[in-house]
Design a binder for this molecule. Structure first.
Ligand code: F6P
Length: 355
């Protein structure tokens, strides 16, 4: 069996461990090299590939990013569907594909599978919001970076008696914000799942500062949204119709500074969360999932996500997971209220699914 591999969507740490595991497992079990597609699905459409043997992946475990490059979805894919992908894969002699990506990659993988091509997907995204797995490659590293940022902000916040706002990534979900905020001891954590009331937070910060706590850390997910009590600047939508996320941390920082009268500073962590060497956990996760993905294909199973449930590797049909989002659970949101000083009461939007 000739296997192909690609990485799609935004990069993260741990992708090379997954690619390496695919290549090494195929080398051991099938005694052949793997076709690596450059720049995600665009590499397949353009016939841009490289032969990957165990030598080609040597020394890649500690390297961040993806040795294959990656890209967001392409217009051609949307308009023409999986046919041109299958035509190129057949030209390359590739009979089965391992895709490593987030939800966009899962959706295309599902279409490919429905069209009869053998494919399994491995979940990655620092946002940790792929449905059907407890954890995604890249999350642990990003969480470590964000938690370190909170730790570092504490000391400078205390020196200056300041409110420090930290914006972290998290477009639809608050897994990084919740994780780093809880692990770092933030006073408030704002997540997309639960619209926040800025006046409530300001009041609680003032009360906190009256209790001799003159420094506070607020962690804001980039996709957090206020409730109706304050108007948000319209940042428009991108070419795919997604809301452009532009400066929620600064917006929150400005409002809190005005409403509390305390000196406030904002830090945007940005792509530092995505870059750099993977944590040991991400290297292990990439290795486990990449190796299992090849085994699954060899067992004749296709059209599945190779993810994690509890501590075990678990398969879920792509048709059940693609197009869904794994939000923070009700329990996790309650913990934010219980554990922070300035809780954001959980006004859960009823249409959301909590898995
Ligand atoms: O990969 C997910 C993510 O990091 C989001 O948190 C963020 O909004 C987005 O990617 C940024 O993507 P881009 O690389 O397209 O700027």
């Amino acid at each position: 069996m000739q296997i192909g591999v690609l990485t799609g969507g935004g990069d993260c740490a741990g992708l090379n461990a997954a690619i390496r595991a695919v290549v090494r497992t195929a080398g051991h079990e099938l005694d052949r090299s793997v076709v690596g597609y450059r720049r995600g699905w665009n590499g397949v459409l353009d016939g841009d590939s490289v032969e990957l043997d165990p030598d080609a992946v040597r020394g890649t475990l500690p390297r961040g990013g993806t040795m294959l490059g990656t890209s967001r979805s392409s217009r051609r894919l949307q308009t023409e569907g999986p046919a041109p992908l299958i035509a190129q894969l057949e030209r390359d002699g590739v009979e089965a594909l391992v895709t490593i990506g987030g939800d966009g990659t899962l959706i295309t993988s599902h279409r490919l599978s429905e069209a009869g091509f053998a494919v399994v997907a491995v979940p990655k995204t620092i946002d940790n919001d792929v449905f059907g797995t407890d954890v995604c490659i890249g999350f642990d590293t990003a969480l470590g970076v964000a938690t370190e940022a909170v730790d570092r902000l504490h000391t400078t916040a205390q020196s200056h008696d300041r409110i420090m706002v930290l914006e972290v990534m998290g477009r639809e979900t608050g897994h990084i914000a919740a994780g780093a905020g809880i692990a770092g001891g933030a006073a408030a954590i704002l997540v997309p799942e639960s619209p926040f009331n800025i006046d409530e937070i300001a009041e609680r910060l003032i009360a906190r500062h009256h209790r001799d706590r003159n420094a506070s850390i607020i962690v804001v997910a980039e996709g957090a949204i206020p409730d109706g009590s304050v108007a948000v600047p319209d940042t428009g939508t991108d070419e795919w119709g997604n809301r452009v996320l532009d400066g929620m941390g600064q917006f929150v920082g400005d409002l809190l500074g005005q409403r509390t009268g305390f000196e406030t500073r904002t830090t945007v962590l940005g792509y530092i969360q995505r870059g750099g060497p993977p944590s040991p956990s991400d290297r292990l996760l990439g290795s486990r999932l990449g190796a299992r993905a090849v085994e699954v294909l060899m067992e004749g199973c296709t059209g599945h996500l190779v993810g994690v449930h509890s501590t075990e590797i678990a398969l879920r049909p792509l048709g059940e997971v693609a197009g869904h989002t794994r939000y923070l659970t009700g329990d996790q949101l309650e913990l934010l209220d219980l554990i922070t000083t300035a809780p954001v009461l959980t006004r859960v939007t009823s249409s959301r699914r909590w898995f």
